[in-house]
Every structure is written in C-alpha cells, then in structure tokens.
Design a protein. Structure first.
Length: 321
C-alpha cells in the first residue's frame, strides 16, 4: 500500500482555512455594511426633516409677530390721532364756553341792575321787558335829554328822533325825574334850575306832544347842553343819565370839549363819573352817494370820546327810516 503525502494535504487545508476565514470576513463585512449602514443614517435624515419643519414654523411665527407688531403700531397711531382730535375738540368746546362766559360777563356789566330806590318803586318782582337800547345800560333814576334842534335835524331827522325818544322812555318804566333841553341848554318846560319834571304816563305823553312842534334855536353843538345838565342837575348819590341826540358838531376841537366835560363830570368816591353820557347819532348828514360832512364826522368822534370816558354808549343809527 502506498503512503500518501500529508504535507501537501496540510498545505491545502491551511489554504482553505485562510480562504474560508477571508470569505467569512468578507461576508461578515457585507452583512455589517448591509444591516448597520442604512439603520445608522435613518435617524439623521429624520432629524434633518424635523429641523427643517421646525425652522419653517419659526419663520412663520416670526412673520406673524412682525405683522402683529405692525398692526399694533398702526392702531396706536390711530388711537393717538383720535386722542389728539378729541383733545382739540374738547379744547375748542372749552374755548367756546369761555368765550360765552366772557360775553355773558360783559353783558352783565353792560346791563346794570336796578338801584334800591327803583326796587322800592317797582317791586322786587319787577322784570324788565326791554333791558337796553342798542346796548345802553338803563339803571338810572333820572334822565336828561339833550336834543339837537337845528334846522337839519328838524327837516330830516325829527320823525326818527321822536321814535327814539319813545324807545328810550319805554325801557325806563318809572324814574324819579325827567328833563328835556336842547343842545343850547334851553328847557322844553321852563322850571327853576335843578328842578325835575315828575315822571308819569301823562307827563311822558306831554313831552312827546310838545316835541312834535318844539324848535328852539340851536348852534349844532351839544356842549352847552351837556355842561348845564351836569352843573344844574347832578346830586350826590343820584343815578343820572344824559342822552345826547344829534347829527353834527360845529365846534372845532373835540379834545377841548372832552377835557372840559371830564373836569366837570368828575369821578365820585366809588370811582364812577357823576353822570353817564349816552349818545345817539342820526345820519342826516350822510347823503346817499356822497361823503358825510366834516361836522358829522366830528360829532361821531366827539360822542365816541364822551361816551367812552363817561360810562355810556354811542349808537350810530344806520338810516332815518
């Protein structure tokens, strides 16, 4: 029997062992690569997808916040504009109320209350139906009319003058005394110096009837009448108003007359003038389409000066109708 060579067999078996081990390693690597590779990458992909979704959500939230902030800013601006608008309206209302209060205060100053003597005569419950004539205060107890009886007034302004006399008398339901003189100081009803005509409905009608035909001489200057009215009829504590009624002033100096009247009509202890001086201007010298005469302008100037300085009001009539 022949003897086999075991050396060659051992070498082949060793080679096969090596080959088998190598092949097994390769198979093992393939298995590891097939099984481990994809499973280890899957979580990374999922995380990336979730991160992208989260980033998109954050972007959406930031965009929403930006829009909300813009809307809030716009609303704040509108609110501020509305607040300023209402504030300005409130200020405007407040200003109007203040103006109204100021006007009422001025009106109360212009419309003076009845004196204690008038309350005694007329009663505490008396209420005037007509408080003013063109803004003239009517608190006086005594009234003196100084009337321009010149030819121009007689010819053109006499009917309107009679109407104004009625208007003025109507706003004084009762006074303690009346007197009527022309601009020269001539009395309608001659009496002792300083004597008053007693007020009554009959006496008022007598004055109006006499006025219709009364035409004493006049120099178209109320200065003499005003001076005599103050000198002869002022009495301490009496409330007296002089009503000057005319159309022109033939004197030269307004300032000189104002100075004389100011010295004569001195202030009392209360700071008021002795008498009030009111005036009514009749547009006799204002012919349509022509400039007024210089004497008419001087009369207006003089009356403004005298009434302003002596607690009265000057009313310039717009027409003779």
């Amino acid at each position: 029997m022949s003897r086999r060579d075991r050396t060659g067999l051992d070498t082949s078996l060793s080679f096969l062992d090596v080959i088998s081990c190598g092949f097994g390693a390769i198979v093992l690597l393939l298995i590891i690569a097939r099984v481990g590779g994809p499973s280890s990458q899957q979580p990374d992909i999922e995380l990336q997808r979730q991160w992208v979704i989260a980033q998109q959500r954050v972007d959406q939230l930031q965009e929403s916040i930006t829009r909300t902030r813009a809307a809030l800013t716009r609303q704040q601006r509108e609110l501020e504009a509305s607040r300023q608008l209402y504030a300005s309206r409130d200020l405007s209302v407040s200003q109007r109320n203040q103006q109204r209060q100021d006007e009422q205060a001025r009106l109360k100053l212009a419309l003076q209350v009845l004196s204690e003597e008038q309350k005694r005569l007329l009663g505490d419950e008396f209420t005037r139906q007509n408080q003013v004539i063109g803004g003239i205060p009517v608190d006086s107890e005594y009234i003196i009319f100084v009337i321009d009886s010149s030819g121009s007034m007689q010819a053109l302004g006499w009917q309107r003058l009679q109407k104004e006399m009625i208007n003025i008398l109507d706003i004084y339901p009762a006074v303690k005394g009346l007197q009527v003189m022309n601009d020269m100081g001539q009395l309608m009803f001659p009496a002792a110096i300083g004597e008053w005509q007693q007020d009554s409905p009959e006496q008022r009608q007598k004055i109006l009837r006499r006025l219709a035909s009364w035409s004493p001489f006049s120099n178209s200057s109320p200065v003499e009448g005003i001076q005599l009215a103050i000198k002869n009829y002022y009495a301490t504590g009496s409330k007296i108003s002089i009503y000057v009624m005319g159309d022109d002033f033939q004197g030269r100096s307004v300032r000189a007359v104002a100075t004389v009247v100011e010295q004569l009509n001195r202030r009392t202890d209360t700071g008021e003038r002795r008498v009030r001086i009111h005036a009514v201007g009749f547009p006799v010298q204002f012919a349509e389409g022509r400039n007024p005469s210089a004497s008419a302008v001087r009369y207006a100037h003089l009356m403004r000066e005298l009434t302003a300085a002596n607690g009265g009001t000057f009313i310039a009539l717009g027409s003779l109708d």
